[in-house]
Design a protein around this ligand. Structure first.
Ligand SMILES: [Zn+2]
Length: 163
């Protein structure tokens, strides 16, 4: 069972947004693995998303600052852990909706029957989008083009342990 203290920490975390996508919180992104509360100290274990994305230090600082806003908290610390690995499946349903509202296609949850990753257009939901080399090895997101509504849009790279 979640304690009232843990619940209050989670409510604060829901207000910490991704610095690049300001409608999606670190909770929605599935980055929070564990909240450890010892007296007045809060330790948050977070899973780093996309390797090489520069926002992690900013997120760490924002989370610590936000948690410290709770009256009973005197120490707040974020540690990044790598097990279990973060996968794009951890993004909540709400998180996926918010990404779409922001014009970013949420990462596909599994490859299509042909083994390729298909990304639906966040504007018209068409699957008729450009597919060539959409995800480079280092990019967190890439630009795609919808052949149906003719809009360019961003897509988040799928990260999965089965890839
Ligand atoms: Zn479209």
């Amino acid at each position: 069972m979640m304690t009232t203290y843990e619940q209050s920490v989670r409510e604060m975390l829901a207000e910490v947004k991704d610095p690049e996508i300001d409608s999606v919180s670190v909770l929605d992104l599935g980055m929070i693995e564990k909240i450890i509360i010892t007296d007045n100290a809060v330790q948050v274990e977070m899973l780093p998303t996309f390797m090489g994305c520069p926002a992690l230090e900013i997120i760490k600082k924002n989370v610590e600052t936000k948690v410290l806003e709770l009256e009973w908290v005197e120490h707040a610390e974020v540690t990044f852990i790598y097990h279990p690995p973060w996968t794009s499946d951890r993004i909540t349903a709400k998180g996926r909706e918010r990404l779409k509202e922001f014009g970013i296609a949420p990462p596909p949850t599994q490859p299509g029957p042909d083994g390729e990753w298909h990304v639906d257009c966040p504007y018209c939901q068409s699957t008729y989008t450009t597919m060539d080399n959409i995800f480079g090895p280092t990019a967190c997101r890439s630009i795609l083009y919808c052949k149906h509504c003719k809009n360019p849009f961003e897509a988040m790279k799928p990260v999965s342990t089965i890839m």
